[in-house]
Design a protein around this ligand. Structure first.
Ligand SMILES: NC(=O)c1ccc[n+]([C@@H]2O[C@H](COP(=O)([O-])OP(=O)(O)OC[C@H]3O[C@@H](n4cnc5c(N)ncnc54)[C@H](OP(=O)(O)O)[C@@H]3O)[C@@H](O)[C@H]2O)c1
Length: 274
């Protein structure tokens, strides 16, 4: 049975991490359009307040809360959880979107931002999911959407650590979805392909000119969640087809193909520009 889009969103409270720009901003706007009260989380306070004001103005005063926090900091997720508790906010939908990654040859790029990537994409996501997921299971209702990537399905040379964090998100989400089957809590991963955001800001890498737009990706992800899909492939069809090849070919072959794709994008020469 097809669930009508909107059932999961009207009057619900959604926490969107990484809401200050890019895909997270688009998710927050789309959730508000579908009637959700949104809790906007990122490090950039002015951008979050501007977005909250825009949402209230566009959607007739729909509540939009702002929480600033650094999810890659060891105590970052705990601070966010305390803030939610202090404000009496119960989360119906957790959208783990915040993410970052470094492009370039692994050994030639600094280790600190790569460790922060693991902290944000893996540890931050795990900590929020653990605490908020437990509350949802206790209530017998709720949902979690983890933003993974088409890069989760194969090793990606010159984005080695970033793609590995997304492989973690893919595996973790599939396992948790099965653990929580029947609890009333739906868990789904979404796997965007190249999406026109500021993901590569501050580096010499440029976004694919044919990248999907964040609004389309956000809308399709939320539609797939409403349909209770286990996974969402919200980008162009070609993005999804590439994930099939990675499942059929030997892994060393896949790594070589991915490496030549990366070199064609000049990712092996990537440097910071800011
Ligand atoms: N764009 C793509 O092509 C693409 C493709 C596949 C998957 N994805 C995934 O989509 C998600 C969103 O990426 P995007 O493309 O929208 O990137 P983006 O434009 O760079 O946005 C990243 C968001 O994460 C927040 N963030 C970064 N570090 C944070 C931290 N330490 N603590 C809390 N928030 C933090 C940023 O806000 P602040 O800087 O204000 O903290 C921002 O709101 C990521 O998980 C990414 O891996 C993107």
């Amino acid at each position: 049975m097809e669930v009508s889009v909107g059932d999961d969103y009207q009057g619900r409270t959604a926490l969107v991490t990484g809401a200050s720009k890019g895909l997270g901003r688009a998710y927050a706007m789309e959730l508000a359009r579908r009637g959700s009260r949104v809790v906007l989380l990122a490090r950039s306070e002015p951008e979050l307040h501007a977005l909250a004001a825009e949402i209230r103005a566009r959607h007739g005063g729909t509540p939009a809360e702002v929480i600033t926090g650094d999810l890659s900091a060891p105590d970052g997720p705990q601070r966010v959880l305390h803030e939610l508790r202090d404000r009496g906010l119960t989360i119906d939908l957790l959208l783990n979107n915040a993410g970052a990654g470094i492009t370039g040859p692994f050994l030639q790029r600094a280790i600190e931002p790569q460790l922060r990537t693991v902290g944000l994409n893996v540890a931050g996501l795990l900590a929020l999911t653990h605490a908020i997921g437990a509350e949802m299971v206790a209530r017998g209702a709720g949902g979690i959407i983890n933003v993974s990537s088409n890069g989760a399905f194969q090793p990606v040379p010159y984005q080695a650590s970033y793609a590995a964090t997304k492989a973690f998100v893919l595996s973790f989400t599939e396992a948790l979805a099965e653990e929580l089957r029947g609890t009333g809590v739906h868990v789904m991963a979404t796997h965007p392909g190249a999406t026109a955001t500021g993901f590569f800001d501050g580096s010499s890498v440029t976004m694919d000119p044919g990248a999907d737009n964040p609004e389309t990706v956000a809308g399709r992800t939320l539609d797939d969640y409403s349909r209770r899909r286990g996974a969402s492939y919200p980008g162009r069809t070609a993005t999804r087809v590439m994930t099939w090849a990675a499942r059929l070919l030997p892994r060393t072959t896949v790594a070589r193909i991915a490496g030549s794709f990366s070199r064609r994008q000049q990712w092996h020469h990537a440097v910071d520009t800011a």
